[in-house]
Design a binder for this molecule. Structure first.
Ligand code: NI
Length: 172
């Protein structure tokens, strides 16, 4: 089932999410719904708080090549366990901040540990867009948005645009 994506500013997007301690069928369903919502948007990553659920859960799939097999990832309690000194700059966007993009600098390579949909511990090294995406999504679990990396003026400008967008949506 597709879920509604919250638009910034929203207090739920600023919360620290709670670790998943019991991997229930409900949480698995939530993860599946998040993937459906993400693909439909379309986007390459989605974090639980973006649909109003304050659990440490993210989903992503950064496969972009036409014809390449999709690689949906479901991560419970994802954690960056190591990151490179070398950095990378990507023009980031966010499904909670539609149509706004800005360059963000992050470590180029990260090792991430998480629990998968079956409850197994996983660990993998991510590079390039995958590394940027997983860091962006994990930030969401700590109440942090990509615009928090920008200069205050730029951040305020984007936030005002989003407030206007939400007012327009509310009128519809
Ligand atoms: Ni985002």
């Amino acid at each position: 089932m597709k879920r509604n994506i919250l638009i910034h500013p929203d207090p739920r997007l600023k919360k620290i999410c709670s670790p998943v301690v019991d991997l229930t069928d409900e949480l698995r369903q939530l993860a599946d719904d998040m993937l459906e919502t993400m693909y439909d948007a379309p986007g390459i990553g989605l974090a639980a708080p973006q649909i109003g659920m304050l659990d440490r859960l993210i989903v992503m799939d950064c496969v972009k090549e036409e014809g390449e097999a999709p690689r949906p990832l479901i991560m419970f309690n994802p954690e960056v366990v190591a990151s490179s000194d070398e950095t990378n700059v990507y023009e980031e966007g966010c499904l909670s901040i539609p149509e706004q993009f800005a360059e963000v600098t992050r470590p180029k390579i990260v090792d991430v540990a998480w629990i998968d949909r079956d409850g197994n511990a996983q660990r993998e090294t991510f590079d390039g867009l995958w590394a940027t995406c997983v860091q962006h999504e994990i930030d969401h679990l700590n109440g942090k948005l990509f615009i928090d990396y920008l200069k205050p003026m730029k951040r305020q400008m984007i936030t005002r645009k989003m407030q206007k967008l939400k007012r327009e949506q509310a009128r519809e």
